[in-house]
Design a protein around this ligand. Structure first.
Ligand SMILES: *[C@@H]1O[C@H](CO)[C@@H](O)[C@H](O)[C@H]1NC(C)=O
Ligand SMILES: *[C@@H]1O[C@H](CO)[C@@H](O)[C@H](O)[C@H]1NC(C)=O
Ligand SMILES: *[C@@H]1O[C@H](CO)[C@@H](O)[C@H](O)[C@H]1NC(C)=O
Length: 223
């Protein structure tokens, strides 16, 4: 009397408790897939790029609060090309010095959002360039490798095979405002004989994620 629970109900409670604990441990072991770190709002990175054997060094200045992104592209033993993108869709591609080439393009998309990798599919871990990385793929557009420990990008590959190796990644670095001014010859009325220079520069600067994204979207729409 007064002992309360009968042995049978006692064992029922133990059974119940066991199954609760088992479920809890199962839930704990099923951790969600890691997600790529959002891009810092401002950073400077130096990347080495390989476009089907054509090598480039790119100084990338990402500046989200000011709605601008700069790719300063040194082609190996070749042209130095400035590829300045504004979030309103306008891009200036130009050279400086004696050649003074410039082409202006208007894309339908702004610069990459800091969270542009959101929704990417996790592919697991892989060692790349000597770093243990988490790897994601986004809509067959990009494969992205991020250092497991520091969360810094190490490497990415666009659908075209264009690859990036990240050499430096300085969070918070900002390029002086004066450097973002496209030269005066970008703003003069185009002359008829400008076309060859404009075409050569536009073709040599296939660098930025935004342009590739628009081309990719256009290509997917035509499928
Ligand atoms: C660049 O990529 C090509 C393949 O597209 C490869 O054959 C070549 O070895 C790469 N070059 C470097 C320096 O990684
Ligand atoms: C976008 O912004 C840049 C920089 O302020 C400017 O030079 C360009 O004319 C603008 N483009 C449009 C379409 O307003
Ligand atoms: C994408 O398609 C639009 C509309 O057809 C076109 O204006 C734009 O130039 C295309 N962009 C690229 C990068 O091919």
């Amino acid at each position: 009397m007064g002992s309360g629970l009968k042995p049978s109900s006692m064992s029922f409670i133990i059974l119940l408790l066991n199954s609760v604990l088992l479920n809890l441990s199962l839930m704990a072991s099923k951790t969600p897939d890691p997600t790529p770190a959002a891009w810092p709002l401002q950073f400077h990175a130096i990347t080495f790029m390989n476009n089907s054997g054509t090598l480039q060094k790119i100084d990338l200045w990402y500046d989200w609060p000011n709605g601008r992104n700069f790719n300063i592209i040194q082609n190996q033993l070749g042209k130095l090309i400035y590829d300045l993108e504004w979030d309103n869709g306008t891009s200036y591609h130009y050279t400086v010095g004696s050649s003074q080439e410039c082409s202006v393009s208007h894309l339908s998309v702004g610069i990459l959002r800091p969270n542009w990798l959101e929704g990417a599919t996790y592919l697991g871990q892989q060692e790349f360039d000597g770093f243990l990385c988490n790897v994601w793929e986004k809509v067959d557009f990009i494969w992205y490798y991020e250092d497991v420990i520091t969360k810094r990008p190490v490497h990415w590959v666009y659908y075209s095979g264009y690859t990036a190796h990240v050499m430096t990644f300085e969070v918070g670095a900002v390029l002086d405002d004066a450097e973002w001014q496209a030269p005066a010859y970008c703003f003069k009325e185009p002359q008829k004989d400008d076309t060859p220079a404009v075409v050569s520069i536009a073709n040599s600067g296939l660098s930025n994620g935004r342009l590739m994204w628009e081309m990719f979207n256009n290509a997917s729409m035509n499928l």
